[in-house]
Design a protein around this ligand. Structure first.
Ligand SMILES: Nc1ncnc2c1ncn2[C@@H]1O[C@H](COP(=O)(O)OP(=O)(O)OP(=O)(O)O)[C@@H](O)[C@H]1O
Ligand SMILES: [Mg+2]
Length: 140
């Protein structure tokens, strides 16, 4: 599932809600949630750290929430990393939840045709619209 829509419309909230519903229904699986920005920071190559192993673990994770895809600054490296992660999950039919602010066209521009094409096939798009809940909520 790919939840898209403007900022603050509740995409992350809904994605965690979906995971909670699965767990509450008794589905027992290993799941991980990470924002795309954290993913790139975590896997950045650095001495003494095997980022390949970390990437493999995310590739194989039975349920992955990739939050805010397309929000982080992109580069050839992030494009390649995203491609490897998405392609692996695509080929192995691993359930993947995506949230993104980007429309299909801007996602394609940010992450490349190969990622966009796989996402279009492997995820069902759900669009949230409405106001930014962070702004419209009364101050506590
Ligand atoms: N259904 C809901 N009921 C009550 N509060 C909600 C609901 N959905 C979201 N919120 C609250 O609204 C705020 C924004 O929600 P959330 O972080 O899920 O938005 P988002 O679409 O992921 O935003 P962004 O694109 O900036 O990541 C959060 O404080 C969240 O707790
Ligand atoms: Mg969010």
């Amino acid at each position: 599932m790919r939840i898209v829509g403007p900022t603050g419309t509740g995409k992350t909230h809904q994605a965690y809600g979906a995971i909670r519903t699965l767990l509450a229904a008794g589905v027992r699986l290993r799941w991980e949630a990470i924002t795309a920005a954290d993913l790139y920071a975590r896997l950045r190559p650095r001495p003494g750290f095997d980022s390949e192993r970390d990437l493999q673990s995310l590739m194989r994770c039975p349920l992955l929430l990739l939050d805010d895809l397309g929000a982080a600054k992109t580069s050839e490296w992030t494009e390649e990393l995203t491609y490897r992660l998405i392609n692996h999950r695509y080929e192995h039919l691993r359930p993947t939840l995506i949230t993104s602010n980007l429309t299909t066209d801007t996602l394609r521009a940010a992450l490349g045709d190969r990622v966009a094409s796989r996402l279009a096939q492997m995820t069902e798009r759900v669009t949230l619209d409405g106001d930014d809940r962070r702004r419209t909520r009364p101050a506590a």
